[in-house]
Design a protein. Structure first.
Length: 178
């Protein structure tokens, strides 16, 4: 997995620098997400791995599936990745690009799982607290997971906060078994 990220990093960096110069980070972020979706489609992936298909044919197939309205430079980017047989890295490229974009924009995607639906006031309070703690703009996504029993489980990139009843019970069981 780390090797794939290593191979994908130069493509993500090149895409990011180009998109940033053009002032099109959001458009490229969406286009790369679409590229990742197209390339991960099983029938497309089969074609991309078919040795009978040339790099040009692979790139044309992908560009056709992506449709019109691609940001400037995206077609060339797809052809470059295809020429190096790297279209299979599209998901990693998209992920790395999104990380670079979030770093630049000082934002972080936060997923909050709770046992019950959070009220708007709770969401606002949580968002305010996380902004202060993480020192970034917060993109909050809330999900309900009744298996938590109570409390919340927060995942913000590399930061995980398990304040759920399930998590506390697991820690208690672990300490009793030690």
């Amino acid at each position: 997995m780390a090797e794939l990220k290593t191979l994908a990093r130069p493509y993500a960096r090149a895409a990011f620098e180009y998109a940033d110069e053009q002032g099109k980070l959001a458009e490229w972020d969406q286009a790369l997400a679409d590229l990742a979706g197209v390339c991960s489609e099983p029938r497309v992936a089969e074609r991309l791995n078919d040795p009978a298909w040339s790099a040009e044919q692979r790139a044309e197939l992908v560009c056709e599936l992506l449709g019109d309205g691609l940001p400037s430079g995206m077609v060339n980017f797809v052809h470059s990745m295809s020429g190096q047989k790297r279209l299979g890295l599209a998901a990693d490229v998209a992920s790395l690009f999104r990380d670079m974009k979030a770093q630049r924009e000082q934002t972080v995607d936060v997923v909050v799982q709770s046992a019950y639906e959070l009220s708007d006031a709770q969401k606002t309070q949580l968002e305010t607290t996380l902004k202060k703690t993480l020192e970034r703009q917060v993109d909050l996504t809330c999900e309900v997971d009744s298996n938590l029993i109570g409390g919340v489980f927060i995942n913000a990139n590399d930061t995980v906060i398990d304040a759920s009843v399930r998590g506390r019970l697991a820690k208690l069981a672990e300490s009793l078994n030690s």
